[in-house]
Design a protein. Structure first.
Length: 364
């Protein structure tokens, strides 16, 4: 590991040494953290990372692949993301119970409700609504599963990605808006477009990372691969326009200087990861390595602090969304009022993913 990666590795080391295994529930935030840890294990071979993932998931999955705390009939896309760590454990251990658990999660897609425009619902309680969070929560698992254990068909994952782009991408900013309501019945939905009003940093981060992860499984000769790459590179070029002077991004992406807005760690980690990986994979030219490196350095300098001898990631929005909780109306204030949390798993997990990529970045 280079000096660039050392801080990320030390934060991961401190986390697995001081945090109990994530074996208390089947939860999407756990899935984000565990996938990041498995990426870091693949990059470093450090046994402590694999052990933490095993100690987290092994108690939740029985020999037949049944998952404690998972209910398919909830039909929540958030329940799928932990399946990526399950697939990683199957690859690294060969234990059939992880294969069976992955097959169980894959079956959810066979009956998961869809919106009128074709995409899987984020939750069955949100009919005809599209949240771009869903792209990361479900589509990378689906594409990875089909490649590893299925028939290699990634078209359903691409369908969901392309449809979300069609409804939620805004050409004037180049950014992705958080929500779309086909029926225009939600308070947050614009009566003309059906879209919400605010560019939430982590929402666009979920979409961007979901897209670049799915591209890992799209064959080179796939007819839609060039357009997916164009979408990705366009999003990354656009998001660089909203990077602040410290190299990071804000809770509300396009209003960094507005009172009440704040630098936000998970969105910053997501864009940093996507930039680094896009350069490493050749999706962006090596010219952008300096932008990726600046984002990485800004992420560490702005959000990583030392407390009581341990590194801590600060500044991650604990929760954000539209509707539901106290009815979030999609306004600037409804996002800017959200509290931050230290060592939030959503931020730490993606920082681990970026750490696993940073050493591959071309030298200046």
């Amino acid at each position: 590991m280079s000096t660039l990666a050392l801080t990320g590795c030390r934060l991961a080391d401190d986390f697995v040494r001081t945090h109990p295994p994530l074996s208390d529930q089947w939860e999407h935030e756990h899935g984000v953290l565990l996938r990041g840890l498995m990426d870091l294990y693949a990059a470093t071979g450090k046994q402590a990372y694999l052990d933490f993932a095993l100690n987290s998931l092994d108690p939740l999955i029985d020999a037949d692949g049944n998952i404690q705390g998972y209910r398919m009939d909830r039909y929540e896309m958030d329940d799928i993301i932990s399946g990526r760590a399950v697939l990683s454990l199957y690859r690294h251990t060969g234990d059939e119970k992880y294969k069976k658990a992955a097959q169980l999660l894959r079956r959810q897609f066979d009956t998961h409700p869809r919106a009128s425009f074709g995409n899987f619902l984020h939750k069955k309680t949100f009919p005809d609504i599209l949240f771009i969070d869903s792209i990361y929560m479900g589509m990378p698992f689906l594409a990875e599963y089909e490649t590893l254990l299925g028939d290699g068909d990634v078209q359903t994952a691409l369908d969901n990605i392309f449809t979300a782009y069609r409804y939620n991408h805004k050409p004037d900013t180049g950014l992705m808006i958080h929500g779309y309501d086909a029926k225009r019945t939600e308070v947050w939905a614009d009566p003309d477009t059906g879209n919400s009003a605010t560019y939430w940093g982590r929402g666009m981060g979920w979409y961007t990372v979901g897209l670049i992860e799915v591209l890992d499984y799209v064959p080179e000769d796939d007819a839609r691969r060039p357009e997916a790459l164009r979408m990705l590179t366009g999003l990354l070029r656009s998001v660089l326009h909203y990077q602040d002077a410290d190299g990071v991004w804000h809770q509300v992406l396009d209003q960094a200087g507005r009172p009440g807005n704040y630098p936000e760690a998970s969105a910053s980690a997501m864009f940093t990861y996507a930039l680094i990986k896009a350069v490493n994979k050749g999706y962006l030219s090596p010219f952008f390595a300096k932008d990726a490196r600046r984002a990485w350095q800004g992420l560490l300098k702005t959000f990583v602090v030392e407390r009581d001898g341990h590194l801590v990631l600060t500044g991650t929005c604990a929760s954000g969304g539209l509707g539901v909780k106290d009815y979030r109306d999609g306004s600037f204030d409804s996002y800017a009022c959200e509290a931050t949390r230290d060592n939030d798993l959503k931020g730490v997990g993606v920082l681990m993913m970026a750490t696993a990529q940073i050493d591959k970045l071309p030298k200046e």
